[in-house]
Design a binder for this molecule. Structure first.
Ligand SMILES: NC(=O)c1ccc[n+]([C@@H]2O[C@H](COP(=O)([O-])OP(=O)(O)OC[C@H]3O[C@@H](n4cnc5c(N)ncnc54)[C@H](OP(=O)(O)O)[C@@H]3O)[C@@H](O)[C@H]2O)c1
Length: 333
């Protein structure tokens, strides 16, 4: 990325927003950064911004909700009036409401889609006349591969990825300026959006991935910008395993090995032993006495949630190898 003296950025002011602000201040002399979010600035973030200002940056925090068209427009207008130009935009606003799709309500889905769909379109339209050098979208690998409990988040990020292609097409026709890049991030070690440790363990186990270190992630963004691509996926961990998974389309193995000759297995005994094993695993996770678990009862009657499903999947994968993540969304023991 070209290093300039006077840069004006607009971004969501979250965990990653601050990590990148910190890096820009480290690399660019006296940059101008505009950070935004809907909330009032917290005392903790104010301290971090003060520290960045002490290193020569001009940093402003503007309260704005990008899902509101007029607020996105006002923001861009304000930046141009106040600073004379806007060189680049990093869209890192996002919200997660993880839960299985059957349990999600309309409002939760809307909350997840809004910043990445209407928020992104509003920002793009508000800045369409701007001579931007770049417009970077912080998407997620969930947009490409999906993730249990994140159907809405996956859709929101897939929209970002597609919109990057659309905006690059508009730029090719002279209707926008600057490169558009959608970055599908994996989990960051020190980002704002975390996932629960069990999901992290499963990600490691089945994909060979590990959370992205700050310095690696920052360097990856510069490499992605230099690559000339409109969409880039970034992953960190065991390269061979990750490459295999991505290139193979990650087809899950069958839950039960096909090598067993089913005709030689006593089906009733098998069902009974499987039920006992399942009750033991389920009891461990729900902290329920396994003898009190009724194998014919729907799982949701025991208050199972997405975290428990993740834990259950991990335990089952520990026993049987990789399983389809859809298994427990439809199974009734
Ligand atoms: N961190 C990760 O591990 C990771 C992994 C993959 C992808 N990503 C993507 O990277 C981006 C940044 O992640 P993060 O970890 O920095 O998340 P974060 O700490 O939760 O920050 C997200 C920011 O978005 C702002 N925001 C949400 N809705 C907004 C709206 N309507 N208008 C303006 N600002 C809004 C939030 O501020 P307010 O609440 O004040 O509005 C918050 O500051 C997200 O889009 C996420 O999907 C992150």
């Amino acid at each position: 990325m070209e290093r300039q003296r006077d840069l004006s950025y607009y971004r969501g002011d979250g965990g990653l927003g601050l990590l990148f602000a910190n890096d820009i201040v480290r690399q660019v002399k006296d940059p101008v950064l505009i950070l935004t979010g809907r909330s009032v600035l917290s005392a903790q973030t104010e301290v971090r911004l003060r520290e960045l200002r002490s290193r020569g940056a001009r940093i402003e925090y503007l309260q704005a909700d990008v899902t509101r068209k007029e607020q996105a427009e006002h923001l861009v207008l304000y930046i141009v009036e106040e600073f004379g130009n806007l060189n680049g935009i990093i869209h890192s606003a996002g919200v997660i409401r993880d839960s299985f799709i059957l349990k999600k309500n309309r409002q939760e889905i809307q909350q997840v889609l809004d910043p990445k769909v209407s928020g992104l379109v509003n920002l793009d339209l508000a800045s369409r006349e701007m001579p931007l050098e770049f417009f970077v979208f912080f998407s997620s690998i969930a947009g490409s591969f999906g993730n249990p409990g994140q159907a809405d988040y996956a859709a929101a990020n897939a929209f970002m990825d597609a919109y990057a292609v659309h905006r690059n097409d508009l730029a090719a026709s002279g209707l926008r300026q600057g490169r558009t890049l959608s970055i599908g991030w994996p989990l960051w070690k020190d980002g704002g959006m975390g996932i629960d440790p069990h999901a992290e363990g499963r990600m490691m186990h089945s994909w060979g991935m590990k959370p992205l270190e700050t310095e690696t992630g920052i360097q990856a963004m510069y490499q992605a910008l230099a690559s000339g691509h409109g969409q880039v996926l970034i992953m960190s961990g065991e390269a061979t395993k990750i490459r295999e998974k991505v290139l193979s389309g990650s087809a899950p193995k069958q839950a039960i090995s096909e090598t067993a000759d089913r005709s030689q297995v006593d089906q009733e005994r098998l069902r009974d032993r499987t039920g006992q094993q399942f009750k033991a695993l389920f009891g461990e996770i729900t902290q329920l006495d396994a003898t009190k678990i009724n194998i014919n009862e729907p799982l949701e009657h025991y208050g199972i949630d997405s975290i428990m499903i993740n834990q259950l999947n991990m335990k089952m994968e520990g026993l049987f190898g990789e399983l389809s993540k859809r298994y427990f969304t439809s199974i009734r023991p």
